[in-house]
Write a protein that binds this ligand. Structure first.
Ligand SMILES: *Cc1c(COP(=O)(O)O)cnc(C)c1O
Length: 230
């Protein structure tokens, strides 16, 4: 099976999963995580309709965005301060903001480049030490800080579930759903002017679990680009 077929089949399964839980498939973006593949594979996914791609390294983000500027290029990787200008220059959406000091730098870079940078804040719902992200207790203050920056638009939250443990996956995705509702209520009460419309969660192994809990972006790499996924 080819990348194009895997992409088309996955989009179809995603649409069916949305309908089963009473959601409109148009609400859920399939982000094709192309971090392990080259431009030819990106092109094959595009031939099946893919227009949104995810990268976790700044150099690859820049290279692929320059090759296919008609697509959306999302940054989903670890953010290093010294690469923030590059990331801002190419990213449609940054999913992985997990340090408050980076907010200030993203705002400055966006200002210099004359853009408003959409971002998501990454939350470590499961509390695993190996995972990055704000703790659930820290997110509210970080959201309020982000809201004060003129050149940042906070669009929502992102999380990653622990690998291969059904209970932990469910706990993580339902946890982010509940946290989002609580944060939105508090943001409205405090008139912060922030709407958490995007929820980025779910990958190859666990995306079907993320849909019933309100994911609006699933980030899928191997199920699209890996030949061993049939
Ligand atoms: C690599 C990666 C993905 C995609 O993972 P797959 O298991 O290949 O679907 C999603 N999100 C992040 C942050 C990643 O680094």
């Amino acid at each position: 099976m080819s990348t194009a077929t895997r992409y088309a089949r996955l989009r179809q399964t995603l649409d069916e999963t949305c309908k089963k839980c009473g959601r409109d498939p148009k609400e859920v973006k399939l982000l094709a995580v192309s971090k392990t593949v080259d431009l030819n594979q990106v092109e094959l996914a595009m031939s099946a309709g893919a227009r949104c791609f995810g990268e976790n390294r700044p150099d690859e983000l820049l290279r692929k965005q320059a090759a296919f500027p008609e697509c959306e290029w999302h940054f989903i990787g670890n953010i290093q301060s010294r690469r923030i200008k590059d990331i801002v220059s190419a990213a449609t959406l940054i999913h992985s903001v997990c340090k408050r000091e980076h907010l200030h730098k993203i705002d400055q870079a966006a200002k210099e480049q004359g853009k408003i940078q959409p971002v998501l804040l990454e939350v470590n719902v499961s509390g695993e030490e190996s995972k990055s992200g704000f703790t659930p207790d820290e997110v509210y203050d970080a959201l309020c800080e982000a809201a004060r920056y003129e050149n940042i638009e906070v669009k929502g939250l992102m999380t990653m579930a622990p690998r291969a443990d059904k209970d932990a996956i469910e706990y993580t995705f339902s946890g982010l759903e509940q946290l989002k509702a609580q944060l939105q209520a508090k943001l409205d009460e405090d008139k912060q002017g922030v709407t958490l419309s995007e929820v980025s969660m779910g990958m190859t192994e666990d995306w079907p679990e993320a849909i019933p809990h309100g994911a609006t972006i699933v980030r899928v790499g191997r199920a699209i680009f890996d030949d061993s996924f049939e």
